[in-house]
Design a protein around this ligand. Sequence first.
Ligand code: P6P
Length: 333
Amino acid sequence: MSQGPSSTNNLYSLQSHILSEEALHPGASGDFSWIVSAISLAGKAIAHRVRRARLENALGEAGETNVQGESQQRMDVIANEILMRCLGSRASIAVLASEEDEEPTIMRRGREGGKYCVLFDPLDGSSTLDANGAVGTIFTILRNDPLIESAEKTICQPGRKQIAAGYILYGPSTAFVITTGSGVALFELDPFIGSFILVQRDIRIPTAKRVYSVNEAYSASFPSGYQAYLTWAHANDYSSRYIGSLCADVHRILLSGGVFLYPPTTSHADGKLRLLYEANPMGMIVEQAGGLSYCATTPTLDVQPTKLHQRVPLVLGSADEVRTVLRHIEAKR
Ligand code: P6P
């Protein structure tokens, strides 16, 4: 993590952080910094629209079903459009891919340039917006390979190859969490100056915390190893916290520890969460903060993706807590 000013007494913005990270890479062109800057701009614009959504009658369903077979919320469409408009103008982007779009959007291929691919879930958890719940934008940045013809093949890279990952959580405050592979930094939006201000650098997840986060309504259909873990947790004074919005559940675990589980269920035999733009970015953040992230018994970041909207089971959080879940899964294999 770059040695910028201490986060306690100086005003240190996301922009300053990006530029100081860039300075660590001699010869950096600034293309990557421009992309993070575009995501920051999109985050501010989406935060504004999320906060005004009820006043502007922008809540509820858009009347369409997305590629996931889920009913699209109007705010999903608005957030997706904002991200496309902010990122589309960056010359360094070859491919954009969104949870909301069936196919990747090819911006530049082959000799047209474009060093990076950006994948995102524009507004994860948007169905909780009607109840004023916290929602988030999840993003990941990959290198482009101009020699690979297919855009989908280009972005199907294991999570270990991500060069940056993060999320923007629209809650009581707007939090911007990012890692570029050397620790995790937390910024908070100061709406009065319109900047994301550094509040914590190099976040470390507590190695243990007796809190699990899972939708227990589906537990009867969980594989037996996950059921055995829950039975063990119930007998060992664990408490449960589940918001049902991935960014909010992960943010709580990042700051105070615990373990998040989304096991295979009857309706989602491979798990519900998407590998490329949900599990991988969250997995990189959690690993960079000293935690663990697994898809069944494989480290999330080692899973080889095969398609853009591929779903996976997910267990992530405090290292000791994830190991306890894995022990129960292994014992029932
Ligand atoms: P369930 C939101 O729809 C989401 O994709 C994630 O944000 C969240 O972790 C999960 O689904 C919640 O799923 O089945 O518990 O409602």
